[in-house]
Every structure is written in C-alpha cells, then in structure tokens.
Ligand binder design. Sequence first.
Ligand code: GUN
Length: 297
Amino acid sequence: MSATIIDGKERAAALRAQVARAVPRFTERTGRAPGLAVVLVGEDPASQVYVRSKGRQTIEAGMESFSFTLDASTTQEELLALVRRLNTDDAVDGILVQLPLPSQIDEHAVLAAIDPAKDVDGFHAINAGRLMAGLPSLVPCTPLGCSILVREQLGDLSGRHAVVVGRSNIVGKPVAMLMLHLNCTVTIAHSRTVDLPGVCRSADILIAAVGRPEMIRGEWIRPGATVIDVGINRLPANGDGKTRLVGDVDFASAVQVAGAITPVPGGVGPMTIACLLRNTLQAASARCGIAFDELMG
Ligand code: GUN
C-alpha cells in the first residue's frame, strides 16, 4: 500500500491566504501594514534564495518588507547596531536574521539582541523558555509548520508516540515541545541513540530533522505511521552536473510503508515561510493590542 502524500504546498498556500485576508483587518485598525525586516549577512547562495522568497511572499501577503543585505565582512558590532535600530523602529513588527552567520559573528549574541516581541523566528531564549513553559510565545516556523501538518492529518494527537530524530534548537527541541503540548508521548532521538531503527519503528508520528540525506528507510517505519521529513539536502543528480533535493527520509521505500508522508520538496519547506508570515502578523497584533485569533478568523 502506498502512503497519502501530505501536500505542504497546498497547505502553505491556504495559510498564506488566511494571513493575507487578515492583513487588511490589521491595517484598517492601525493605519499601517505589518512589517517584517529580514537581514542577510554575506552571500551564501541558499540563504539568498530563502531571503528573496521571504521578501516576495511578505509583499504578496500585503505586508511591508524591509530587506538588509550586509557584506560578509560585517562585524558583530555593526550587525548588533542594525538589530538595535530595528528593535526601536515602530514600522518593524518582526525581525529575522538569516542563519548561518559568518564565523566572526556570535550567533547567540545576535539572537539574544532581538526584541523577543519581534522575534518571529522564535529563537530568543525568552520565546524558547515560554514555549517550554506552555506560555503564549512566538514559535519557530519550521516546527510550527510540522505541527500544523500533523494536526491536519491526524486530528487529536492524544497518546500518540511522536519520535523526533534530531535535537537542534531550530527544529528538534521545539517540535518535540509542540508535540508534547498536543498530548503526544515524545521521544527525542539523535546520533547517539541506541537502536535508532527500533526507536523509529515505535513511532506513530516520525519527525526527521537530522540533516542526513535519506538516512531513514522504509524498514525503520511502522506500517501506517505519519512521517514528517524536515530535511533539505542537495545531492548531485545523475552525473550531469545538476543537483536534486532529498529529505532525511528515503522517500521511495518510506512511501510503501507509511500511512502519510511529506515529500521533499513540497512538504514542510513551503510551510516554513507561511508560518513566518503568520508569526509576523501575530507579533504585529500583540504589539498593537489586537487579538490575533480574532484577526485570523
Ligand atoms: N536558516 C535556515 N533556516 C532558518 C530559519 O528558519 N530562520 C533563520 N533565521 N535562518 C535560517
């Protein structure tokens, strides 16, 4: 039997449309559009693609996009000065500093300098702590996208076993916390986990966020499980100089076993930017004392 393919593109388009419908309601009440500032340091080609895409989709949703491209030799002090300026700029509701940063810049120092109320990536320790405590917070975009896809696929998640493979601050830890808040029993597995295939096989919901191309194979998956593949790995294609994108899951074997699975590309990826737009509107609403849920309808 072949798994249901979870269409992240379609789901992301629906979320973007929902945000785009809510933006005029915000603008009507405040006299301005929500604003997102995206900062790119250096010339990493993948980051350039992501940042362009973020800017375009921000504008398409009816929001204001502020884009800052800094030289690869930018000092930490210069970047911190920009972040402080954006923190105090009333037209800016969300600030995103694209990662990775050049080696002369301490990523943690930069993320800590972002006003937590404008931290649309949800990476600030205040937002990470609030998520852990079950308090309202800005939630990292990729984990939020994963949780939306799983909820839409399965409905109530109470008592399901979610296995998260990967323990990064950006995906693994926050997505585990979201699954816990949705009443899953949660296991966080990683490179030192004993019998990783066996642990994966015990999952009702398997979330792969390890950054290892096609590591998780069909034999590691419990028949009928829901598989969410966060990996975006670029591999050389058939020796013709081109590349292809693959996930952390070996799709060809996994699709034979899983109940539902996200493809790469077209699964979790599109949800990330849609959730960024959602977070920007959430931050803008909170800054203006407007009920976000009411705005989203
Ligand atoms: N680089 C790769 N993914 C992300 C992300 O979600 N946010 C930021 N700021 N940088 C990234």
